[in-house]
Design a protein around this ligand. Structure first.
Ligand code: UD1
Ligand code: CA
Length: 452
């Protein structure tokens, strides 16, 4: 099978410099959704017709194994498909998709392909309460005989509620002939792809139709309003799937998944959480309100408290994170680790049961198990030019407001006194501290304001 994706339209109503098909839905360009759905059907050839925005569209999908054909000027949907003809093979069906219609499912497309078989022309149609603007499906004795565009339709034709979604499947060799014979003698002066329907009928080729599971699958994006509407439809579908899998969502309308979210049993997610990239949440984990979690693995029974930000990190089983914690790339937390409020952890490995509960920066650090990192502790990992690691061995205790100037090592069971600036390794089991000696001045008098 060949798949051709039409994406040359400029999308003037988006009011944007970015080509329409590159606007993101759920964090992925509209065209990316269509390409992914197309790939699910395993086509031999996949060709994208682009036009506006210079090379922005091909550049966005370079190395994706696609072919691109430029359509310039844009003389209509039929003219757009003509540009793909050098890229597709006869002897197979050609499926035409739209780069600005992101929610079509592979299942609905497969139904259309099955209906069309090798030798029929298939049209994906829907019946709308308000068909204004769409091409209407004209049937005689139940059989599709042609499609008439809104602007070319008479009153009787405009009353038809069954419309063309634009998605068609056609035998390729025949398609070439029909496209070659198109004329632009119509209300818009364009080469209409839809005119191939009448051509097929004249050729004695059967025209069949299939319908998608949901009307939203055929909705296109022409404006930011429509983009926002489809985003909600898509997010609602994702939330419904999660609920069906047994995930507890405090409010399915207040969840955003921009990538893939995989959840175990009895996972619970509070309101306003955003998941990006690939996120896995294991059994029984709880995600508090207002968390943003990207490319992360959350262990079983972990509790991610509200307002936590996690990116490219692993959180161990039964860990307690937040509220207001930040886990940055390269962070790996073992079982039962606690990371509390206003603690930032970057590129660090933290062992079983270790805790940093308040206001700390832990960067480029290896922390063993059973370590306590006090409030306000900072690992000084950067000298302005290079980064160095800090090593804190098992059962060490780092007193509050200490700075560990890397590279530095705190031995097993060592205690660092509060307020220490550690510049040399601290031996195991000992108390190490750097602190000006505390003095008290007897008889000292507090200054008083001078009277003028
Ligand atoms: C088209 C159909 C109409 C259908 C509707 C569904 C035709 C003539 N009409 O109308 O029957 O109901 O879609 O939304 O096919 N495009 C190009 N190059 C062009 C023109 C369009 O790539 O020269 C692309 C656009 O970027 C868009 C798609 O084709 O993704 C549809 O184009 P659009 O102008 O929106 O078609 P409609 O007039 O809506
Ligand atoms: Ca359209």
């Amino acid at each position: 099978m060949n798949i051709v994706i039409l994406a040359a339209g400029m999308g003037k109503r988006m009011q944007s410099a970015l080509p329409k098909v590159l606007h993101p839905l759920a964090g992925k360009p509209l065209l990316g959704h269509v390409i992914d759905t197309a790939r699910a059907l395993s086509p031999q050839r996949l060709c994208v017709i682009y036009g506006h925005g210079g090379d922005a569209v091909p550049s966005a999908f370079a190395n994706a194994g696609l072919s691109f054909a430029k359509q310039e000027p844009q003389l209509g949907t039929g003219h757009a498909v003509m540009q793909a003809l050098p890229h597709i093979e006869d002897g197979a069906t050609t499926l035409v998709l739209y780069g600005d219609v992101p929610l079509t499912t592979a299942a609905s497309l497969q139904r259309l392909l099955d209906a069309a078989g090798n030798d029929k022309l298939g049209v994906l149609t829907v019946t709308l309460d308000n068909p204004t603007g769409y091409g209407r499906i004209v049937r005689e004795q139940g059989k599709i005989v042609r499609i008439v565009e809104q602007k070319d339709a008479n009153e009787t034709e405009r009353a038809i509620a069954e419309v063309n979604t634009g998605i068609i499947a056609a035998p390729t060799a025949k398609l070439r002939g029909w496209l070659a014979a198109l004329s632009n003698n119509n209300a818009q002066g364009e080469y209409y792809l839809t005119d191939i329907i009448a051509a097929a009928v004249a050729d004695g080729v059967d025209v069949v139709s299939a319908q998608p599971d949901d009307v939203a699958e055929t909705l296109g994006v022409n404006s930011k309003v429509q983009l926002a509407e489809l985003e909600r439809v898509h997010q609602r579908n994702i939330a419904t799937r999660l609920l069906e899998q047994g995930v507890t969502l405090a409010d399915p309308a207040r969840l955003d998944v921009r990538g893939t979210l995989q959840c175990g049993r009895d996972v619970s997610i509070d309101v306003n959480c955003v998941f990006e990239g690939r996120v896995e949440i294991a059994d029984g984990a709880v995600i508090g309100a207002n968390c943003v979690i990207k490319d992360a693995v959350i262990g079983a029974g972990a509790n991610i408290k509200p307002f936590t930000h996690i990116e490219s990190a692993k959180v161990g089983e039964q860990a307690q994170i937040g509220p207001f914690a930040r886990l940055r790339p390269g962070t790996e937390l073992a079982r039962e680790v606690h990371v509390g409020n206003f603690v930032e952890v970057k590129n660090s490995i933290v062992g079983v049961g270790s805790k940093a509960n308040h206001l700390a920066y832990v960067g480029d650090t290896d922390i063993g198990s059973g370590v306590n990192v006090g409030a306000g502790v900072i690992t000084c990992n950067y000298d302005g030019a290079n980064k160095f690691r800090t090593i804190i061995e098992d059962d060490a205790f780092i007193g509050s407001d200490s700075q560990l100037v890397a590279p530095v090592r705190v031995g097993r069971g060592a205690t660092i006194g509060a307020g220490t600036t550690l510049t040399k390794d601290a031996p195991a089991e000992q108390l190490t501290l750097s602190r000006a000696k505390q003095i008290s001045l007897a008889g000292w008098v507090r200054p008083v304001k001078i009277k003028k």
